[in-house]
Design a protein around this ligand. Structure first.
Ligand SMILES: Cc1cc2nc3c(=O)[nH]c(=O)nc-3n(C[C@H](O)[C@H](O)[C@H](O)COP(=O)(O)O)c2cc1C
Length: 192
């Protein structure tokens, strides 16, 4: 038996999902960042990601202005920074000063890197679409970086790092160390 979910919570069925910190630098030099869990890869070739950002977001306005941003992947250690950046707007608050996050330089974009992250993507705005109350930002990934020893052979090493996941509302979790492969992936026997 299934129970009907309140329509306002439909999207929570698609959580937990990774939450990222989207960072930008405005033309006037102001730096801002916001929490975003509506983020997904949408193409491998070319490498594209999409973010759904509210039209009220200051970060969204700066992305449309400067056409560059970074997507910083926080671990559990950055939970407070995620929460503050997700509940205050750069229109009113200097979030860098409020959280005390350490910023670094990205190689290929003007937007900064949040140093406490476990990895980050450098992105250029490719296109955007107004969708409902959000702007769907499509970014081309021009650089991707992960902390040494935490990402190997194309996957996070969960025994070494804890990517932060958002369940919805004030609730967060992290990926368990337990990993599993489909049973159908039996090792092929070597021919003698
Ligand atoms: C965990 C978490 C995830 C969030 N995900 C999104 C999101 O995907 N899209 C969005 O527009 N806002 C999201 N928010 C809300 C924004 O981060 C929030 O509106 C923020 O104040 C915007 O900041 P800005 O005005 O400085 O850009 C999220 C907030 C939290 C705490």
């Amino acid at each position: 038996m299934f129970k009907k979910v309140d329509s306002e919570y439909f999207y929570r069925l698609l959580h937990p999902r990774p939450v990222v910190l989207v960072a930008v630098k405005a033309q006037d030099g102001r730096v801002n960042f916001m929490a975003c869990s509506w983020v997904t890869p949408v193409s491998e070739d070319p490498p594209l990601i999409a973010l759904a950002l509210s039209r009220e977001s200051y970060t969204r306005d700066i992305i449309l202005e400067v056409k560059e941003f970074t997507v910083n992947i926080p671990s559990l250690q950055l939970l407070e920074e995620v929460w503050i950046s997700g509940t205050t707007s750069g229109r009113e608050v200097d979030k860098v000063a409020k959280t005390g996050v350490e910023l670094g330089r990205a190689e290929n974009v003007s937007a900064p890197v949040i140093q406490g992250s476990i990895g980050y993507l450098e992105c250029k705005l490719k296109e955007y679409h107004e969708v409902g109350e959000c702007t769907l930002i499509v970014g081309e990934v021009i650089g991707a970086y992960a902390r040494e020893n935490t990402f190997e052979r194309g996957t996070w090493r969960l025994e070494k790092t804890s990517p932060l996941l958002h369940l919805g509302s004030v609730y967060f979790t992290t990926a368990n160390r337990y990993t599993v492969k489909p049973a159908s992936l039996k090792k092929k026997k070597k021919r003698s």
